[in-house]
Ligand binder design. Structure first.
Ligand SMILES: Nc1ncnc2c1ncn2[C@@H]1O[C@H](COP(=O)(O)OP(=O)(O)OP(=O)(O)O)[C@@H](O)[C@H]1O
Length: 423
């Protein structure tokens, strides 16, 4: 771990895994009776120190929310450990967890969904006090609710106590949600995209409020977002997540000044430039984020990586994608005559380091080999070819063997930890 931080460790994830079994549905059927598995969090380790703001950043589906829920003990890890002050929450019963719950709070993206529309603000914000039997009278509840509302800037308090969520703006609702989150004086707050549904004009104000609350109440934050621009402003350290793994983690300033992982670099390039006159081309990683139920072999970022090389774990699905990309650029007729050279490509969807291509009707394996040569000649720098260890042309098939490569582990590089074969 890169952080040499003397502050107390509040949360420690050790090789944490949250895998969801897929039952039924089309994927369940594809994977057979046992069902497939979505590795929402897949071997994540980090320490969170008291008073720190740790950003969990990644695209949709990278496992951020599941990781945040695991930190709060709201979802059971299927492997590894999540320690809160050294204690493994997954070993505790629901009853034993209760005293911990008040120390750990979550703030969600949508304040409208987080507040019960039929509860006035006094009741909603004071609800945790009642649940945890933390007050003995209505007057005590009112005093604590008033103090919390004051802290989050919903004042004069009397104007807000009897209001309903529908009477408040988005920013005011998120302030009320924050008041409810701090009312039990928690020590850790997991904020899951807390400003992404708010108007631009109030986003910075809510984040500033959260920083004020942090210093006034000695809070520690996990800040979940897809938005690096707010993470830069808000976080001390950032963990960049991709398909359930942390691919880079380190101090925010270092990550922005010298991003190491190709995915981090691509995300940073995609951050919109506030000054439109300086705008640069958006350069999101090529292709879509893959299906978490069937992640790429080797380094899971390799199919989108601009600097991937032989060690990154090329495979059958990459070959299919390359052939299809080659054909897509062709005029219809040319495409049809090329496409007919190989038979059904569906076998390539079962992830493997050995691909077998059979000739289409009326063609021979030499024609398939010639097609592969043409595809390679059209783009010799395509990194997939660097991963090919052998091509064998047999009477009725061509077998392509890929170097299995490995999935890179997080390793310290200067002041950040990065999971990439380049480091
Ligand atoms: N209860 C569940 N059952 C099955 N799969 C799940 C479940 N919860 C999450 N997933 C899957 O786990 C993966 C990670 O989801 P998660 O919501 O944690 O990601 P995320 O990065 O927070 O995405 P988003 O920004 O879209 O919320 C996704 O592929 C998602 O479909």
């Amino acid at each position: 771990m890169s952080a040499s931080d003397d502050r107390e460790v509040i949360i420690e994830a050790r090789d944490l895994e949250v895998h969801f079994a897929l039952r039924g549905g089309s994927l369940g059927r594809v994977f057979g009776a046992g069902g497939g598995v979505v590795k929402a969090v897949d071997g994540v380790s980090f320490q969170l120190h008291r008073g720190e703001v740790l950003g969990i950043v990644g695209e949709s589906g990278s496992g951020k929310t599941t990781l945040g829920r695991a930190v709060l003990g709201l979802v059971q890890p299927t492997g590894g450990q999540l320690l809160y002050r050294g204690q493994d929450l997954s070993k505790l019963s629901e009853k034993e967890l209760r005293p911990f719950r008040k120390n750990l709070q979550m703030v969600f993206q949508d304040p409208s969904a987080a507040l019960n529309p039929s509860m006035d603000i006094e009741t909603a914000v004071g609800h945790p006090l009642v649940i945890h039997k933390a007050v003995s009278s209505k007057a005590e509840r009112l005093a604590k609710v008033s103090e919390a509302l004051e802290r989050v800037g919903l004042s004069p308090v009397e104007r807000f106590l009897t209001k309903y969520p529908s009477d408040l703006s988005g920013g005011q609702k998120q302030r009320a949600v924050l008041a409810r989150a701090i009312i039990m004086r928690p020590e850790l707050l997991v904020a899951d995209e807390p400003v992404s549904m708010l108007d631009m004009s109030v986003r910075a104000k809510i984040l500033e409020l959260m920083l004020e609350l942090k210093s006034d109440l000695d809070l520690t934050y996990v800040y979940i977002t897809h938005d690096l621009a707010t993470a830069k402003f808000f976080c001390d350290r950032i963990a960049i997540c991709y398909l359930g793994r942390v691919v880079e983690i380190g101090p925010t300033a270092e990550i922005f000044a010298d991003p190491k992982h190709p995915y981090t670099k691509a995300l940073l390039k995609a951050v919109p430039e506030p000054d439109p006159s300086k705008s640069v081309a958006r350069d999101l990683p090529r292709g879509e984020i893959p299906d978490a139920a069937a992640p790429p072999l080797g380094c899971s970022f390799h199919p989108r990586c601009p600097v991937a090389f032989d060690a990154c774990g090329w495979e059958t699905r990459d070959l299919r994608a390359l052939l299809e990309q080659h054909w897509v650029a062709m005029p219809e007729e040319e495409y049809e005559s090329e496409r007919a050279i190989v038979g059904n490509l569906d076998d390539l969807d079962a992830a493997s380091h050995t691909a077998v291509l059979r000739p289409g009707r009326g063609f021979a394996s030499e024609d398939v080999q010639a097609l592969l040569d043409r595809v390679r000649a059209a783009d010799p720098d395509e990194p997939l070819w660097r991963g090919v260890r052998g091509v064998e042309t047999r009477p009725n098939e061509v077998q392509i063997d890929f170097d299995p490569g490995t999935d890179p582990e997080l390793r310290l590089s200067n002041t950040v930890d990065v999971a990439c074969h380049l480091y």
